[in-house]
Design a protein around this ligand. Structure first.
Ligand code: ANZ
Length: 861
């Protein structure tokens, strides 16, 4: 048997690449560089899923293409290996997370190698390797030195029953999502990173990045810059002023009451005796809510009056001060001036508690009985009257500044980054506490490794598992010999992924996280591909650390990732459901509760318009693809696809499914399709019986026809790879193959060049055919075929000739004469068929559309 046998070919070439270190990154800096990066995987116990090879194949195509284009390519992979699942497994089974992690990494490595990715395996990084996290800790020390890492009492969601802190998303209506236990807001000592100090730069530098607009917008929203003013309101009968942040200082004449957050430091002081109980009760209630719940627009507004009043600096009016939880302590100053006429939340609140509403912007029609947030001239605002919002803002800020009652201010939604976790399986902080003060351990003590512990779960008092390792925790200050305690929190999983792209550049360098010589050469990352779920956190955190390292003088670039592409999610296979009632098929739109849903296979259905019907009928069915999940049972395992069809088919299919960025359903039929294509490529060149080249593959100068088809493919495939349109590039390869089947002979040279085009997509079959075609081993570094325009030129152009609008003949004109109107018309009139019509008729008009058509209008005799 000499037919296409992917499993034999693929193992052979994978072995060859590994043994010869084919994809070792060049260390000379003489050539232009290209750094193409994947988001490294978390090595979960479940192994690779089909989402991984999607982005990974895309970058691999680019990496292979760039090598063939003469670039030095850096294309690495590693493991984001700290994380909760290994720890939870350890809690359950007692197996050290290190062991589980290593096992999973080995599995992942094997799986990635079985897909033939051209990674440089000598540059693997692993975030849990002490030689790696030594530098994560080192970077933390830089942050600490620069005052960018600090300890703070942070209000966290504490669940006493579960003995742990929960994320906002894990708390619903004051209860833990898991188990439904009460959750309280509790201040706990935590490590926090001052990402807010970089807010402006993180925002500004987005401009120069080649990232999807939607993603940049998400980062902008996350950073959430608001420009406005801080205004001081004198509190009646107190020395203190109440400062608010507002984006609408122009509406100040309409500020009819004030609201402060329940946690505001002035609450106790200003609340009058009469209101004390109600305020205390309200405070207790709001502790049970998460910020997310509190901001929910649809929730009914709640609040209590403090009994205190403030003076509106614009008009001297006394306005009541309320407490309400829709004002968050963590934003702005934790206090607002409420302007119900122009703010929806304030309107709702004012209506509920019967507070005055004064319009200060003339609403358009249709806003009776509700807040108006649109544009319009100022009203009821003394010296602002008649001004548009922007002018009014400027004028009132000037005025407030003159009065010493306010100033221009900028606010960011971005909060400092809560950087500690009560977990075992994370990087230990290189910090000791001496006399209650946090102190860095010396650089020479890095890496600070994790202690062995007996129990991996938190202690139950909120103390992290590391607190159990008493021997490790109790240490001495190396400077003074005083007793000291080690920090027992660990870093979050984000830490290791904040800088891994730098470690790949010089994974063995021991003078710092990255060798500056090579950093200058390789950075920035030219292309970064990964899932859209990382749009904010990972990509923002990494940018932040990068900027800090830049400020430390360690890096030469402001930004890490020049171009970024998000791959779309791969869903499960399409699922089709038809409906039957009383034994008869009915249309899905008519299906009611009594209708019987019946699963249909894809050959029972066909596409019609924008939906699907039962084949040969007009009966609509439901067609849907779902996220892959264990519980749905629609998870596709890439190992099975490789076993059945080969890695080249898996790669090709994942790229052929549709545009990379699009969300798309899996289809095993589709894999069969590309597998047939590879079989066709094989049989085009190889004789199944002998395993040698087909007789029609000849050592001859290629014909014009062959060169034309080839260069069309070169052009299309090259352009499409540059634009990352892999699906249409593959179509072009298919079109070429179809044409080649119609030829009696195919030149070896043409076949070899075609195989080069195929190589980035399906590298195994390409290496094999390349050698079978008589070329020297190693297609990976062959120069990418050059496109030559000349070959696309046609010898002749065909003009349809119309007589009075009807095509009567087709005229073949030499290409170099095709634009010559007189020549073409002259030729047309000589044409036998045309002549018949012209005989004796009068020509009224001659229309000539270059390269397209001729129309002769006649009056018959
Ligand atoms: C008066 C006003 C009038 C407001 C108006 C808006 C419209 P962004 O754009 O999100 O920055 N605000 C300020 N601090 C707050 C806090 N801690 N909790 C809840 N709300 C707060 O929103 C800024 C606006 O949100 C501020 O401007 C303030 O209400 C409110 F017609 O002040 B504004």
């Amino acid at each position: 048997m000499h037919s296409y046998d992917p499993s034999a070919i693929e193992t052979k070439w994978q072995k060859y690449w590994l043994e010869n270190k084919t994809f070792k990154t060049p260390t000379d800096k003489s050539k232009p560089k290209y750094y193409v990066l994947d988001m490294f995987p978390y090595p979960s116990g479940a192994g690779l899923h089909v989402g991984h090879p999607e982005g990974y194949t895309a970058t691999d195509i680019i990496a292979r293409y760039k090598r063939m284009k003469g670039f030095n390519v850096l294309h690495p992979i590693g493991w984001d290996a700290f994380g909760l699942p290994a720890e939870q497994y350890a809690v359950k089974t007692g197996t050290h997370p290190r062991i589980t992690t290593e096992r999973n990494i080995n599995k992942f490595r094997e799986q990635l190698q079985a897909i033939g990715f051209s990674y440089d395996w000598d540059r693997e990084v692993n975030t849990t390797d002490p030689n790696y996290f030594k530098w994560t800790q080192w970077i933390f020390l830089k942050l600490f030195e620069r005052g960018l890492a600090y300890e703070d009492e942070v209000a966290v969601n504490w669940c006493p029953e579960l003995g742990t802190v929960l994320a906002n998303e894990e708390v619903i209506d004051g209860k833990s999502e898991v188990g439904g236990y009460p959750v309280v807001r509790k201040p706990m000592r935590q490590w926090v990173l001052k990402i807010t100090e970089y807010a402006e730069r993180l925002l500004e530098d987005l401009e120069d990045l080649d990232w999807p607009d939607s993603l940049k917008e998400m980062q902008r929203n996350w950073i959430g810059k608001s420009i406005g003013a801080e205004v001081d309101f004198q509190i009646q009968g107190f020395e203190d002023k109440l400062t608010v942040f507002t984006t609408r200082p122009d509406t100040i004449f309409g500020a009819t009451y004030m609201v402060i957050a329940p946690e505001h430091h002035l609450v106790e002081e200003i609340t009058t005796e009469e209101h004390k109980d109600a305020v205390a009760e309200y405070k207790a209630q709001s502790e049970l809510k998460s910020d997310l719940d509190r901001q929910e627009l649809s929730k009914e507004k709640t609040g209590v009056f403090t009994g205190a009043y403030a003076i509106n600096p614009a008009n001297g009016k006394e306005i009541p001060i309320w407490i309400a939880d829709y004002v968050l302590i963590s934003y702005g100053t934790g206090a607002i001036m409420a302007v119900p006429a122009q703010d929806e939340r304030d309107w709702e609140f004012a209506e509920k508690f019967d507070l005055p509403i004064v319009r200060t912007v003339q609403p358009e029609e249709g806003f009776e009985g509700k807040a108006y947030t649109g544009n319009g001239p100022a009203i009821n605002s003394e010296f602002l009257n008649g001004l548009e919002i922007d002018e009014a803002k400027e004028k009132i800020i000037d005025w407030l500044e003159e009065q010493g009652a306010g100033k221009k201010a900028v606010n960011y939604k971005l909060r400092d980054w809560l950087f500690s976790r009560q977990r075992y399986w994370g990087e230990p902080f290189p910090i000791i506490h001496v006399d209650g003060e946090a102190k860095a351990i010396p650089e020479s003590h890095l890496p600070l490794e994790l202690p062995e512990v007996e129990k991996y779960e938190p202690t139950g008092t909120g103390e992290p598992p590391l607190a159990n390792a008493k021997q490790w925790v109790n240490t001495t200050d190396p400077d003074t010999g005083k007793p000291a305690l080690r920090e027992t929190n660990t870093m979050p999983q984000w830490a290791g992924s904040c800088w891994y792209y730098l470690r790949y550049i010089s994974p063995d360098f021991d003078g710092g996280p990255v060798d500056p010589d090579y950093e200058k050469y390789w950075m920035p990352v030219d292309l970064y591909v990964g899932g859209a779920e990382h749009a904010v956190l990972h990509l923002l955190y990494a940018r932040f650390w990068h900027k800090v390292l830049f400020d430390c003088g360690i890096l030469s670039t402001k930004e890490p990732f020049q171009k970024l592409v998000n791959q779309g999610m791969i869903l499960g296979e399409m699922e089709y459901t038809g409906y039957k009632k009383d034994g008869q098929w009915i249309s899905a739109n008519e299906a009611d509760e009594e209708a019987l849903p019946i699963k249909l296979s894809d050959d029972q259905v066909e596409k019609k318009g924008d939906g699907f019907v039962i084949k040969g009928t007009k009966l609509r069915i439901d067609a849907r693809a779902h996220k892959m999940s264990k519980s749905r049972g629609n998870v596709i395992n890439p190992d099975h696809i490789i076993d059945e069809y080969g890695a080249d088919s898996l790669r090709l299919y994942e790229m052929f499914m549709g545009p990379l960025e699009q969300v798309k359903p899996w289809s095993t039929k589709g894999v069969e399709g590309v597998n047939r294509f590879l079989n066709r490529v094989w049989r085009l060149l190889i004789n199944d019986q002998t395993g040698e080249l087909n007789a029609k593959v000849v050592d001859k100068v290629p014909s014009k026809e062959q060169l034309k088809a080839l260069h069309e493919a070169i052009k299309k495939v090259s352009e499409d790879i540059e634009e990352m349109r892999f699906n249409t590039a593959i179509s072009a390869l298919m079109i070429f193959t179809n044409e080649a089947y119609s030829w009696d002979e195919i030149s070896k040279e043409v076949a070899s060049t075609f195989i080069q085009l195929l190589a980035p997509f399906a590298p195994h079959i390409s290496e094999e055919l390349w050698v079978l075609l008589g070329n020297e081993k190693g297609i990976a570094y062959q120069q990418w075929p050059a496109f030559n325009e000349e070959y696309l030129k046609e010898d002749s152009v065909t003009y349809p000739v119309q007589i009075n609008g009807k095509v009567r003949s087709n005229l073949s004109v030499p290409a170099d004469k095709a634009m010559d109107k007189d020549f073409v018309l002259g030729l047309a009139k000589q044409d036998e068929k045309v002549k018949d019509y012209l005989d004796g008729a009068t020509i009224i008009k001659e229309i000539f559309v270059p390269q397209r058509i001729i129309n002769i209008v006649i009056k018959p005799s």
